[in-house]
Design a protein around this ligand. Structure first.
Ligand SMILES: NC(=O)c1ccc[n+]([C@@H]2O[C@H](COP(=O)([O-])OP(=O)(O)OC[C@H]3O[C@@H](n4cnc5c(N)ncnc54)[C@H](O)[C@@H]3O)[C@@H](O)[C@H]2O)c1
Ligand SMILES: C[N+](C)(C)CCCC=O
Length: 507
């Protein structure tokens, strides 16, 4: 894989084949046994061309166990190191990622379908996250509590042990870094499982940590789908599962993890509201709405796909948003000018197009897009492309407004008053993100306080700096990624009680 990353510069869409093993534990890539009783390998597609990029070979119980054992052995060394020592190694990992950023980004594009511009931002976010937690590693500390008679107690912030990460396919490298960085900073080891659709770049992260100097086997990658994920959730030596994915799978992860009382973080789906008031700066609101809907082909958990627009400005808003949506360049994601690549898979594309059809049946009007798109370049003719879609005439009870579509489909809804729109915006079981555009500073903060979501964007949308906690309310999950808050989710407090005098015994 290191060789593949090094040989990336000249590669173009349709030209890369990945033949390296993608499972990784004990400090090296591993060949997974196939045949009797083993799960079959699965083809992995390049979304821009629809061709097979590689085979994903899933891990079974034996391999998951080896990865967990490897992580545990390394954990015994890593957890004893001083925060400063861990920090130094993590900073080196961040440096290596920065150095190889463009080639890792290219591989991400080829496997995921997002544009190179976005993938480069993702890889930057990954090294920034590792750098940020490297900075926090030496700051982990406890408390000293004075007690009567000279007795005292102190607390130690200790790691959990082996943590498992189960990942979605929309930000493969970045989300792996979001889980590894705080876990490692706190002294834990990691075994993570990428999505079976995006197995390619996660292993590079594990290799880089190894190269940077972590104890052999500290970061491990097991490939696979539901079965491999279940094995991680049920493994007795896994202390925590950090899961990113859909609500239904998140519930299963929580249930399985409960059997051995594991710590759980759930980063789940959303159907986030974006509230655009008539006193907004319209140009920025339109930009915000586009950012809230069309990054990564609309396959973003935080997307503000319910766009509530105050009735008085609806005509101007729609005119501008449709004009700009039509201008989005869909095509070869490795080209710098492309702004939208292919969706992750043919079934995902069909599902998203199905949502558009359903919306039409329920009375929505398609203002633009919502149909399969074939770029002029012949090598892209089998890619999973569609034109970005804006739906008007939407009502709160429509499927497109209630369900997470996870594709480039914006539903626009009119509203009249602040009170009304807040009630409608909160009328969902999700609570991942939200946004408000207004020039009224009091309204902005009042609305932010009243929206039931883990994040509220004021006069912006979509960015997620690593210093800032990220996570959901309601059925969008619990626990946090990024920010100082996440240290709490990858560590536990030990209380040490010290008596300086005689033991006061009742017996
Ligand atoms: N909140 C966030 O940070 C965030 C980020 C990205 C994506 N998401 C959400 O993820 C979803 C899209 O991703 P997806 O399609 O990969 O989700 P998914 O739930 O289908 O799969 C997520 C991961 O879980 C694994 N998995 C599936 N069944 C499992 C089981 N029974 N036990 C253990 N693991 C299992 C999958 O192999 C994959 O690695 C969307 O709902 C999106 O909103 C959330
Ligand atoms: C960086 N974003 C755009 C907030 C995406 C976070 C990961 C969710 O899918």
């Amino acid at each position: 894989m290191a060789q593949l990353v090094a040989s990336m510069p000249g590669s173009s869409t349709g030209s890369v084949v990945v033949t390296d093993h993608l499972n990784y534990w004990g400090g090296g890539r591993r060949e997974v046994r196939s045949g009797d009783g083993a799960q079959p390998s699965e083809p992995v597609f390049e979304p821009a061309t629809g061709r097979v990029l590689c085979q994903m070979v899933p891990c079974g119980a034996e391999e998951v166990d080896q990865a967990v054992q490897s992580a545990h052995t390394a954990y015994l060394k890593w957890s004893k190191m001083a925060g400063m020592e861990r920090s130094r190694i993590m900073l080196e990992a961040a440096r290596i990622i920065r150095e190889r950023r463009d080639n890792i980004a290219k591989l991400e594009v080829i496997n995921n379908g997002k544009t190179i511009t976005e993938a480069q931002c993702d890889i930057d976010t990954a090294w920034q996250c590792i750098e940020y937690y490297a900075g926090l590693a030496p700051t982990l500390s406890g408390q000293h509590i004075q007690l009567p008679g000279g007795a005292f107690a102190y607390t130690r912030r200790e790691p959990l042990g082996v943590c498992a990460g189960i990942l979605a396919w929309n930000y493969p490298f970045m989300i792996a870094a979001w889980k590894c960085a705080p876990a490692l900073a706190c002294g834990n080891a990691m075994v993570f499982k990428p999505s079976p659709m995006t197995p390619v770049t996660g292993v590079i992260l594990a290799e880089i940590f190894q190269e940077a100097g972590v104890p052999v086997g500290l970061v491990n990658v097991v490939q696979g789908g539901a079965e491999t994920g279940s094995l991680l959730c049920q493994h007795p030596n896994v202390a925590k599962v950090s899961f990113t994915g859909s609500v239904p799978t998140g519930k299963k992860v929580m249930e399985m993890s409960a059997k051995t009382v594991k710590h759980v973080t759930l980063e789940l789906g959303g159907k986030s509201p974006l509230l655009i008031f008539k006193d907004c700066e319209l140009e920025n609101a339109v930009r915000g709405a586009l950012m809230a809907n069309f990054l990564t082909q609309g396959q973003v958990c935080t997307n503000g796909t319910r766009v509530f627009v105050q009735r008085e400005i609806m005509p101007q808003f729609l005119e501008e948003v449709v004009k700009r949506t039509k201008a989005i360049v869909v095509g070869d994601p490795l080209l710098a000018d492309t702004r939208m690549g292919g969706l992750i898979s043919r079934p995902q594309l069909d599902k998203v197009l199905g949502f558009v059809e359903q919306a039409k049946k329920e009375g929505a009007r398609v203002l633009c897009g919502g149909v399969p798109f074939t770029p002029s370049d012949p090598k892209l003719k089998n890619g999973f492309f569609m034109s970005p879609c804006v739906l008007d005439n939407c009502r709160d009870d429509m499927t497109c407004v209630k369900e997470e579509i996870f594709g480039p489909v914006m539903s626009v809804l009119p509203f009249d008053t602040e009170e009304e729109v807040l009630q409608r915006a909160n009328n969902t079981t999700f609570g991942l993100a939200s946004g408000v555009f207004t020039r009224d500073i009091s309204r902005a903060h009042r609305v932010a306080a009243n929206l039931e979501a883990g994040t509220c964007y004021i006069n912006t949308y979509s960015m997620s700096p690593v210093e800032v906690p990220f996570g959901g309310y309601k059925m969008s999950g619990f626990g946090r990624e990024n920010g100082q808050a996440t240290l709490e989710y990858y560590s536990q407090l030990k209380t040490v009680m010290v008596e300086m005098g005689d033991v006061d015994s009742l017996f």
